[in-house]
Design a protein. Structure first.
Lengths: 498, 252
C-alpha cells in the first residue's frame, strides 16, 4: 500500500458543457459548438443529444444545419474560462492539492485525496459527492479513484460514471482500455496495430526487455502506464478564488426577465461556491456588454452579506428595473465579493428593528416608487445656510444623533421648492402677501433675521427671514416663514410653522 | 353580620343566571401605548399613542399637529428603535425635527415625487406613492413608528382612500407592533383608527413685540377605542406649548 490516492474528474466536451451549464432550457436539446473562422466553422464540441442525431466532430456549419432541431452555438473563450474557474472551485472543495489533466476539448482535474477519509468518508462516498457537486455547478463528469495517478486519469477519461480501482487491481481495471489512451504517435499506433496490440491489457502482457529493444526507452513508460504502476510527480495548481460568472448570449437580449433567467442561475452558482467556503456574498456587480460596444454596470450591496439567492436576485431585479440597460445585452458578467456570513445576536430586551435583508429589498422597492435620491436618512450639512441637508442611505443600528431636548419645539413644514410670493410692505414690515392668487393679511410679523454666507462663491446667500402670523379670507390663522432673498430681490414663502 | 365580600359573592351567585359577574368589574386588557413626549397629550390619551394600531393627528395648518408628531417620533427614536416618515407633500423639515430631538440617523424619510416629475414608467400620484410606501414599510416590519404625512394633501383627495386600505394597514401595524400615525387635515381612517387627536392653534407667545418665542396649542381627543366611559359627554381636551427653535434652554 503506497498511501497515495487520487480522484480524477473528467468533463468531456467541455466547450459545450461550459455554454450549456447556465442554460437549463437547452440541456435537453441537441447542441453543437462551432469553432474556427467564420467561413470555415466546424463542430468542435457537442452534447450527447447531438451525437444521437448524427452530428460528429469536424462537421461544417452547413452540414450541421441540415440536421433538424440542431442548435448551433459559437465557442466562447470567456465562457470556458469562467466555467473552468467554477470547475476548479468545485474540485477545491474536496482537496487543496489539484493538478490539471485536461486533454483536447475535455477538462480534467486530478485531486490528491489521500487522508480525506475522515472528512468525506470512503472513496465511493467522496466520488459521489464530487459528482453531485459538479452536477450542481452544471457539469456532467466521470470520476475515477485509484492509488495510481495515471490509472485514475486514464480510467476517468475512458469510463462513464464513477469507477473505484482497488489498490493492486490497476492492471485488471485498465486492461480493456484502447491503446489510444496512451497518447502514442501515429507511427507507434501503426506498429502496435501491426502487432495486433489493441488494448492496454495486451500491451501490459508484453515482455519489457523485448519491447524496449524494439521501440526504445519510451516503451517502458507505456508498459508501466498500461500496468498501472507508472510513477508521477504531482504538480499542484493553486486555484484562485474569484467569484465570477460570465455568459455570452447567442442573440442580444432586451428583456430584463430573460437576463434574470440566466442571472438567477449565475447567482445560484456564486452562492454555492461562496457557501462552500463558509462565506456569503457581500456585494454583487453586474457588467452588461451592450449592442454597440457600450458597457452597462450595476452593483448591489446588501446591508449584511447573504447567501439567500432569492433575496439577491430580487435586489438585482429591482436594481435593473431602476437602471435598465439602454440597449440589448450581448453578454453578462456577475462578479461577487465574498464576505463573512452574517451572525446577528438577538437580545430579549433589544428593541425591534427591521430585518436587514428585508429592509434592503424594501428600500430598493421604495426607490423604484419615489426615486433613487428620495429615500434615506437626512443629514444636516455643516453650514448656516437655512434648510440645507443631504440624503444618505438608511442604516439600521446607526448610533443616536439626537439632541437632548428639555422642552417641546415647534416644527416646520417646508414648501419645496419655495414659492415666490408678492409681499406688501408698510414701514419696512410685511403686512400682506399674495400666493397663488390668494391674498393673506399679515397680523404681525417678527424680524428681520438676517443671514448671509458663502459671498465669495456662486452659491452665496443673503436673506432676511420674517416670522409672520397671517390669516386667509376665511379667517383661519397660520404662522409662516417669509424670506426676502436680497441677492435676487425676491420674496419667497419658505415654510409653515405647524 | 356577613362581610361585604361574602355579600357580594352571595348576590352574584343569585344573579349568576342573568349576569355572569354582576358586581365584579370586567377585567381590562392593558393595551400597549407609546408616550408622545408631551405630558398633556399623554395624560389625555392615558399613556400615549397606541402601539400596533393607527392613530390620527388632525388639524389645520399651524395647529401643532406636525410638532406633536415630531415630538412622538423624537420619543420613539430615543432608544435604538427606528421610525419612518412617509412624506406625501415633501414638507418634512429635518432641521426643526433635529431641534425637536429626532435622531435623524434612525429616521427613514421617504419623499414622494411631485406630479410633474412622474414618468411614464412610474405614473403614480403623490398619494399613491405614499400609500404604496407605507404598505411596504408596514410589511417589512421592525419600525417602531411610521408617520404617513398627508398634512398638505387636499382632504377631498385623501378621503377617497378606501376603508379596506386602512383596515389592511391596521392589520399590518398590529402584526408588526408598529404605531402608524396619520397626519392630516381631517380624519381619513375612520373606524380603522384607534385614536384620533384633533389639534387647533391656540395662542402665539411673543416677547417684547419683536420675537416669536413659541405657541400654545389646543388638542382634543376626538376618538379612542377601548377607552373606559368616563361619563363626560364633551370630548376631553388639553393644551400644550412648543417653543420656537431659537428659544434657549436646550443642552447638547
Amino acid at each position: 500500500m503506497s498511501g497515495e490516492l487520487y480522484a480524477c474528474v473528467h468533463a468531456a466536451e467541455f466547450p459545450a458543457q461550459a455554454l450549456l451549464r447556465l442554460r437549463t432550457d437547452m440541456q435537453s436539446q441537441p447542441v453543437a459548438v462551432l469553432d474556427g473562422p467564420a467561413s470555415q466553422e466546424t463542430i468542435c464540441s457537442l452534447n450527447r443529444h447531438a451525437v444521437q442525431r448524427g452530428a460528429v466532430l469536424g462537421m461544417t456549419r452547413l452540414e450541421a444545419e441540415d440536421i433538424s432541431g440542431m442548435l448551433l452555438l459559437r465557442r466562447s473563450a470567456e465562457v470556458e474560462t469562467a466555467a473552468h474557474a467554477v470547475f476548479l472551485e468545485c474540485a477545491a472543495m474536496f482537496s487543496p492539492r489539484i493538478e490539471g489533466v485536461s486533454e483536447g476539448t475535455a477538462c480534467g482535474l486530478a485531486l490528491d485525496i489521500a487522508g480525506t477519509e475522515r472528512l468525506f468518508g470512503p472513496p465511493e462516498k467522496l466520488s459521489a459527492r464530487l459528482r453531485d457537486e459538479m452536477a450542481t455547478a452544471g457539469f456532467r463528469v466521470s470520476v475515477a479513484v485509484s492509488a495510481n495517478f495515471h490509472a485514475a486519469r486514464m480510467k476517468a477519461t475512458a469510463a462513464h460514471g464513477i469507477t473505484i480501482i482497488p489498490d493492486g487491481e490497476e492492471v485488471r481495471s485498465l486492461e480493456k482500455l484502447p491503446i489510444a489512451a496512451l497518447n502514442l504517435t501515429e507511427e507507434h499506433k501503426e506498429t502496435f496495430a501491426l502487432w495486433g496490440i489493441r488494448t492496454l491489457g495486451e500491451l501490459a502482457a508484453l515482455p519489457e526487455v523485448e519491447l524496449v529493444k524494439r521501440l526504445g526507452a519510451a516503451a517502458r513508460d507505456w508498459r508501466a502506464l498500461a500496468q498501472g504502476v507508472a510513477r508521477h510527480t504531482f504538480q499542484p495548481i493553486e486555484p484562485e478564488f474569484a467569484l465570477k460568472e460570465y455568459y455570452n448570449f447567442e442573440t442580444p437580449v432586451e428583456q430584463i426577465d430573460s437576463l434574470l433567467f440566466i442571472g438567477a442561475r449565475m447567482i445560484d452558482c456564486l452562492v454555492a461556491r461562496a457557501a462552500g467556503r463558509a462565506l456569503s456574498l457581500a456585494s454583487l456587480a453586474a457588467e452588461m456588454k451592450l449592442e454597440g460596444g457600450r458597457i452597462h454596470r450595476l452593483a448591489i450591496r446588501p446591508a449584511v452579506p447573504s447567501v439567500d439567492r432569492k433575496f439577491l436576485l430580487k435586489l438585482l431585479h429591482l436594481e435593473m428595473g431602476a437602471h435598465p440597460p439602454q440597449a440589448a445585452v450581448v453578454s453578462l458578467t456577475l462578479t461577487a465579493e465574498a464576505g463573512l456570513s452574517s451572525k446577528v445576536q438577538l437580545g430579549l430586551f433589544a428593541p425591534q428593528t427591521p430585518e436587514p435583508s428585508r429592509l434592503d429589498v424594501t428600500l430598493a422597492r421604495l426607490k423604484a416608487i419615489v426615486g433613487e435620491d428620495r429615500v434615506g436618512s437626512p443629514v444636516l450639512e455643516d453650514t448656516h445656510r437655512p434648510g440645507s441637508f443631504r440624503m444618505e442611505g438608511f442604516v439600521v443600528g446607526a448610533k443616536s444623533s439626537a439632541l437632548e431636548i428639555e422642552r417641546s419645539r415647534m416644527a416646520l413644514r417646508r414648501v419645496r421648492p419655495p414659492r415666490p410670493v408678492r409681499v406688501v410692505l408698510h414701514a419696512m414690515k410685511p403686512v400682506a402677501f399674495s400666493d397663488e392668487g390668494s391674498r393673506f393679511e399679515i397680523e404681525s410679523a417678527y424680524g428681520p433675521w438676517k443671514t448671509s454666507g458663502c459671498w465669495w462663491s456662486l452659491g452665496g446667500w443673503d436673506t432676511e427671514e420674517w416670522d409672520a402670523l397671517a390669516a386667509n379670507n376665511n379667517g383661519e390663522k397660520f404662522g409662516c416663514l417669509l424670506v426676502l432673498d436680497r441677492l435676487r430681490n425676491e420674496w419667497r414663502l419658505e415654510a409653515f410653522y405647524d | 353580620m356577613p362581610s361585604a365580600a361574602a355579600l357580594r359573592i352571595e348576590i352574584e351567585r343569585t344573579l349568576e343566571h342573568r349576569f355572569p359577574a354582576a358586581l365584579t368589574p370586567a377585567p381590562r386588557i392593558a393595551r400597549e401605548v407609546a408616550p408622545t413626549g408631551v405630558a398633556a397629550v399623554d395624560a389625555l390619551l392615558e399613556g400615549g399613542l397606541p402601539v400596533g394600531a393607527i392613530s390620527e393627528v388632525i388639524g389645520p395648518q399651524s395647529s401643532g399637529r406636525t410638532s406633536l408628531t415630531v415630538e412622538f417620533v423624537a420619543k420613539r427614536t430615543e432608544g435604538s428603535q427606528v421610525c419612518a416618515w412617509v412624506d406625501a407633500g415633501d414638507a418634512f423639515d429635518p432641521e426643526s425635527a433635529a431641534a425637536c430631538g429626532v435622531s435623524l440617523k434612525q429616521l427613514l424619510w421617504v419623499r414622494c415625487r411631485r406630479e410633474r416629475e412622474v414618468t411614464k414608467t412610474k405614473p403614480w400620484t403623490r398619494l399613491d406613492q405614499a400609500l404604496r410606501a407605507t404598505d411596504l414599510l408596514l410589511q417589512a416590519g421592525g419600525f417602531a413608528a411610521i408617520v404617513l404625512d398627508l398634512g398638505d394633501m387636499e382632504a377631498e383627495h385623501a378621503m377617497r382612500i378606501p376603508l379596506a386600505t386602512w383596515f389592511r394597514f391596521r392589520q399590518a401595524a398590529d402584526r408588526t407592533r408598529c404605531s402608524l400615525v396619520v397626519l392630516g387635515k381631517t380624519a381619513y381612517a375612520q373606524s380603522g383608527a384607534e385614536a384620533v387627536l384633533e389639534s387647533m392653534p391656540f395662542q402665539p407667545e411673543i416677547v417684547g413685540g419683536t420675537v416669536w418665542r413659541g405657541c400654545a396649542f389646543w388638542v382634543g381627543r376626538k376618538r379612542q377605542r377601548f377607552m373606559q366611559f368616563s361619563g363626560v359627554r364633551k370630548p376631553p381636551a388639553s393644551t400644550w406649548r412648543a417653543d420656537a427653535a431659537w428659544e434657549t434652554g436646550r443642552s447638547a
